[in-house]
Design a protein around this ligand. Structure first.
Ligand code: 6PG
Length: 502
């Protein structure tokens, strides 16, 4: 009669993951510091299963361990930060053993995960599994990014394969069946072993960085249609619904279309018009941008998406500035007709999205090389095809690209993506020109094209930059006509000449 899995943290994500596990035949011993949450999970289990009894409430860590079969498998779905360590210490005090496994399923900072794995070695297996998919994903099939000890993985793998989202292997598309008690059993599970230590949380962090970029790109397309073409949210929602039938088919486009079509129940106005334009963030996009700066793997579209959120929070400044700083008149007629402007935005969104993914995947590659993770990018793209927030038809093309060439340096170099950008780039450039002429910010579109144009540039002006550095600081430079690595410094002819100021 013992339970199979201990579950700590029954917030929305935790409760739904616990119910998903229960649907798949696992009996759960559940604990949360807020007793009310345990009651809610038990009640929902009863409503959904008819009988209940799949989730058993516990009132202490000791009781939780007593109700579990050995060796224990305990899942934490609690906020990132010191609380993870607090709970681990409570479980040590309650008698957890070296053969037991604790899985962190939160959005932890990957370096914390690396530290924790070492710190708890010998006391229990600290394993991590990053989860994407929001509350619906957690309930009916998330994308799971597990990492840590291989022995622990062998025990966890069947559980994760059962609860993860599934993809039809023939079409590469999600198999969706959102019914309690009736989980999807067939198809490729969106759960694959990512690597040792913090690799899973790192990959999820980059997933979120891409998510930020994807969301910001959609917002910029909306902004141009709303302000530049004076389209109603409903009309823009219709455009997004059409886009969702083609290469841009994705969860984020789909939900954006739904959001734009929704009215406020009180005022009857489009709900989006009533939502305050100040974006929140919990940190994972920022971590991705910081990591890209530290590693030296450019991810400007991801960083720009973080900056766009920061800038949105300067609401008071923006209100003041809007009255003082001038831009072009918004009624300044564009040379294109409305349908062409919309088509350009579509193509810009597609190309910029390719660049954001290229940035994210190259960042993961450099991190993988630096930390010896041997990440498998075809498999990572595969488990993002369903369940997660950035799921999109387009992830099958990324899977194909890395299956064709596992050593692909950058997605932009894959023949399929080379062709796609060639077809669509004129419109991408035109969309940025349109937005800029109208004075509508499109930082993510522009950062992506700057990335693309820089990446394809055989000679960048870094030659002049190196010369400047050598001029004022003798920082040396390499020469194109000499072996790589050999450093030169010259006495710049005018260096000692006094600078004449007016
Ligand atoms: C996911 C989401 C999820 C969460 C984000 C929100 O993959 O399921 O990314 O993890 O919704 O962390 O992040 P922000 O609050 O920073 O937008």
């Amino acid at each position: 009669n013992l339970c199979d899995i201990g579950f700590i943290g029954l917030g929305v994500m935790g409760k739904n993951l616990a119910l998903n596990l229960a649907d798949n035949g696992y009996k759960i011993a559940a604990f949360d510091l807020e007793h009310q949450k345990i009651e809610e999970a038990i009640a929902q289990d009863k409503t959904e299963s008819g009988t209940g009894g799949r989730i058993i409430g516990c009132s202490s860590y000791t009781e939780l361990l007593a109700k579990l079969s050995v060796p224990h498998l305990i899942i934490l779905s609690i906020p990132a930060g010191h609380i993870i360590d607090d709970v681990c210490h409570k479980l040590i005090d309650a008698g957890i053993k070296a053969d037991d496994i604790i899985v962190d399923m939160g959005n932890s900072l990957w370096t914390d995960t690396v530290r924790r794995e070492k710190e708890y070695e010998g006391q229990f297996f600290f394993f991590s599994t990053a989860v994407s998919g929001g509350e619906v994903g957690a309930r009916f099939g998330p994308s799971l990014m597990p990492s840590g000890d291989r022995y622990a993985w062998a025990r966890i793998e069947p559980v994760w394969h059962a609860i993860a989202a599934k993809v039809d292997p023939d079409t590469g598309r999600a198999i969706e069946r959102f019914e309690p008690g009736n989980p999807v059993k067939i198809g490729d599970p969106c759960a694959t072993y990512i690597g040792p230590g913090g690799a899973g949380h790192y990959v999820k962090m980059v997933h979120n960085g891409i998510e930020y970029a994807d969301m910001q790109l959609i917002c910029e397309a909306y902004h141009v249609m709303r302000e530049g073409l004076a389209m109603s949210p409903q009309e823009i929602g219709e455009v997004f619904s059409q886009w969702n039938e083609g290469v841009l088919e994705s969860y984020l486009i789909e939900i954006s279309a739904e959001v734009l079509k929704q009215e406020d129940s009180e005022s009857g106005q489009p709900l989006v018009d009533i939502i305050l334009d100040k974006a929140g963030q919990k940190g994972t996009g920022l971590w991705t941008a910081v990591s890209s700066l530290e590693i030296g793997s450019p991810a400007p579209t991801i960083a720009q998406a973080v900056y766009a959120r920061s800038l949105s929070t300067l609401k008071d400044d923006r209100v003041t500035a809007s009255k003082l700083l001038q831009g072009p008149k918004l009624n300044h007629a564009l040379k294109q007709d409305k349908q062409s402007v919309i088509q350009c935005l579509h193509d810009a969104l597609y190309c910029a999205k390719i660049c954001a993914y290229a940035q994210g995947f190259q960042l993961m590659q450099m991190a993988s090389d630096e930390h010896g993770w041997s990440l498998d990018f075809a498999n990572i793209a595969k488990i993002w095809r369903a369940g997660c927030i950035i799921r999109a038809a387009f992830l099958q093309s990324i899977t194909d690209a890395y299956s064709r060439n596992e050593n692909l340096h950058n997605l932009l170099l894959d023949p399929f993506f080379i062709e796609q950008i060639n077809i669509h780039q004129a419109n991408w450039r035109q969309a940025i020109a349109n937005a800029t002429l109208l004075g509508i910010p499109c930082g993510a579109f522009s950062s992506a094209i700057a990335y693309y144009d820089s990446y394809r540039c055989e000679t960048l002006p870094a030659n002049l930059l190196q010369a400047q550095r050598d001029f004022f600081g003798a920082h040396t430079f390499e020469r194109v006509d000499q072996p790589s690595g050999k450093k030169f410094h010259v006495e710049w002819a005018s260096k000692d000449r006094p600078i004449v100021t007016a």
